[in-house]
Write a protein that binds this ligand. Sequence first.
Ligand SMILES: *Cc1c(COP(=O)(O)O)cnc(C)c1O
Length: 424
Amino acid sequence: MARRKPEGYLNGRPLRPESLMMSYGYNPELSEGAIKCPIFQTSTFTFKTAEEGKAFFEIAYGLRRRGPGEELGLIYSRLNNPDLEILEDRLTLWDEAECAAVFASGMAAISTTLLTFLQPGDALLHSEPVYGGTDYLLKHVLPRFGIRVVGFRAGAPPEAAEAELRRLGLAERLALIYIETPANPTNALVDIAAYAALAARLSGERPVLTAVDNTFLGPLWQQPLRHGADLVLYSATKYIGGHSDLIAGVCLGRRELLDQVRFLRTIFGTMAGPHTGWLLMRSLETLIPRMTAQMKTARHVAEFLNDHPRVDRVYYLGNLTEDDPQYEVYHRQCSAPGGMIAFDVVGGEREAFRLLNALKLIKLAVSLGSNESLAEHPATMTHADVDPEERLELGITPAMVRLSIGVEHPEDLIADLAQALEAV
Ligand SMILES: *Cc1c(COP(=O)(O)O)cnc(C)c1O
């Protein structure tokens, strides 16, 4: 559970995250009364005394335990900075996490976290498909450090993954289960609770950790810690940033785990800068209105695509029906279908490209979760380096277009798609 600061309560009851995003963790008196937290554009911080500097370093480097209520003082912006610390406090509220660490990118968060908990000889189990950069890290970088990596298809039962680990003689060496759900771009779901239970079953002296990349639905529509995950990861470049103007990442979890992640972040220097921290605080203030508008608009757009004669198939969480095994997982794990839609146009790459080239309001670009709607072609863009056979098996056809819905008026987006589908 989150260790909230006293200001997180009113009359003894916890305030909701959206009510706290403009103020939590920030004391205006320390900044000339400024209503907004200023940008602390500084590399280093002065100590009042040498003794204070010594005490700060003892805590930062884990040379002794913290005293009761003792906080880590400000030292140097690779270790800590007010813009990051206040942002991290605010991020914990959404996922009800004890602790957060902000990074220079989603990939910085993922790579630093994985290298914190893996060592040569360990095995890692991961869902497929995963984000392209993550896919490369898992399949080409981690094996160079003696880590065995085994994939399972999103939607597959954990018993099958366990059998595969046993067949390979890796069940005892499993250190971490890495999950990305919903999967990009097909929205296939992974049952977090079922895989966290597998992690518990395979835990020995050293516990097997479960980490979830929650970029697609979080932090609003899915909270992995509630379903048994140990760590939550984000590309904050996407919904959390939400304005296509920054690159950042986040890792959240228990203090005992995050202390280790933060230590390696200090050593690798993968933290975000103060300006990015400041921009992200600005973004979090409007997280609910943005993500809610995007989610509602996506419903309208999906309905339009579902009925369109030039659209073959629509991949959208709101389309799941009771006879689909993913339906039960969706209702247990997610609270809304989010703002991501993929669809196959009738035809192939030529037809998909015609549609993309004809769009006027929706921009042709990769990335997602921003306030402007974006469209892209997964097979030749975000998933271009996935093995072509595997790509087809995963359902990423040459006819597929991926949409990230923004905050524009739904009728304008539908009009744009309608005229572009005419052009096909
Ligand atoms: C974009 C993305 C990443 C990588 O994040 P960056 O901020 O671009 O480094 C990781 N996972 C998912 C699901 C993403 O969409």
